[in-house]
Design a binder for this molecule. Structure first.
Ligand SMILES: [Ca+2]
Ligand SMILES: [Ca+2]
Length: 344
């Protein structure tokens, strides 16, 4: 009976064609990318939650680097950069740290006198770069609480002076470390140009980390020969929600369609809290009712468990994303997801 319920449930979910929703644009000025940026904001939802502590029910976060305005001096930061942890993001680079531009000019003239001729802001006046590296990573956690790992539904960034088709890219990683998606940022000839790439996911995929390769060299030298120097402006991302304390097995990876497997949710509420509700989506379709009929309770070293046997053939060949969200008695949420590639 249980096997029948789960097969019927999963097949009836009739998953929509899932995947990344990509918004991108490049051009000579802010107006050239504004529509793509606004569409991406709409994809993530309103409001912009600013510096509000804690994971909010919806909306998004933004960082424009413009605090202090036109008179602010250059801001130098170590790695990890913790300045925006109140917005649920920490920045890491293999380089020596980060810089938010500022006086003497807000286009990094202190790094190289030619840079004001290369770089422009989308949100005026300040822009952002890693130092001694062209690589930076954004890692998500609960806003105001970096000890609790989190994930978002999408991330986008503005870049300035992307001159090459393959110089600048973003990689999106799931909470279990799997690379979900990667794409090069659109380029356009010229200087003082702006590019935008924003990717959100509509099938339940979650992003715990974004790795950005910004140009093909670290800032410092003149942009000569094959060098393509690129720095960043606005970061825009979905509301970070805690992933910690909610584990899904199997983790992302390949599963043979001919094999049975066991879906197990392991939930470890923080001390003093308990589970009050939850929902499960398969490829964006709500399968909570089918799984509730199937789940068997138990416990493991990872906490309280809910198991459901998934019989061979219940999922069609291809990629499937399972997202789980639970509610806890302290009014907080936990959310996690896994992506299975079903192999014929
Ligand atoms: Ca800015
Ligand atoms: Ca460039």
């Amino acid at each position: 009976m249980k096997a029948f319920v789960i097969v019927a449930g999963l097949l009836c979910a009739s998953p929509a064609l899932a995947g990344p929703v990509v918004r991108e644009a490049a051009g000579a000025n802010a107006a050239a990318i504004q529509a793509a940026v606004d569409q991406f904001r709409a994809d993530l939802g309103n409001p912009n939650n600013g510096n509000t502590a804690g994971s909010q029910p919806g909306g998004r976060r933004e960082i424009n680097w413009d605090g202090g305005g036109a008179t602010a001096p250059v801001g130098l930061f170590p790695t990890p950069m913790t300045t925006f942890q109140n917005r649920g993001a920490t920045f890491v680079t293999p380089g020596s740290g980060f810089s938010i531009s500022g006086q003497p000019t807000p286009e990094f003239a202190e790094l190289n006198a030619t840079y004001p001729n290369l770089f422009a802001s989308f949100s005026s006046p300040r822009i952002f770069t890693a130092l001694n590296s062209n690589v930076s990573e954004t890692v998500f956690h609960v806003p105001g609480n970096p000890a609790v790992a989190g994930a978002v539904t999408g991330f986008g960034a503005v870049f300035t002076d992307v001159d090459g088709e393959f110089s600048t890219k973003m990689e999106f990683y799931a909470p279990d470390g799997t690379l979900l998606y990667e794409q090069f940022v659109p380029w356009v000839a010229g200087d003082d140009t702006l590019s935008f790439l924003g990717v959100s996911f509509d099938a339940g995929e979650l992003v715990a980390k974004v790795r950005i390769v910004s140009g093909n060299a670290a800032p410092g030298p003149d942009e000569a020969g094959s060098l393509d120097l690129v720095v960043m402006d606005d970061f825009i991302y979905g509301e970070p929600v805690a992933t910690e304390g909610l584990a899904i097995t199997p983790e992302s990876g390949r599963i043979f369609r001919s094999a049975d497997f066991e879906l197990v949710l392991a939930i470890q509420p923080p001390a003093g809290t308990y589970l009050t509700g939850g929902r499960v989506w398969l490829d964006g379709a709500d399968v909570s009712a089918f799984l509730l009929a199937c789940f068997q309770g138990g416990s493991s070293s990872e906490g309280q468990t809910f198991s459901c046997p998934v019989p061979a053939g219940a999922l069609a060949a291809g990629d499937h994303t399972l997202q789980v969200e639970i509610d806890l008695s302290d009014q907080t949420r936990r959310r996690n997801s896994t992506r299975w590639t079903i192999v014929p």
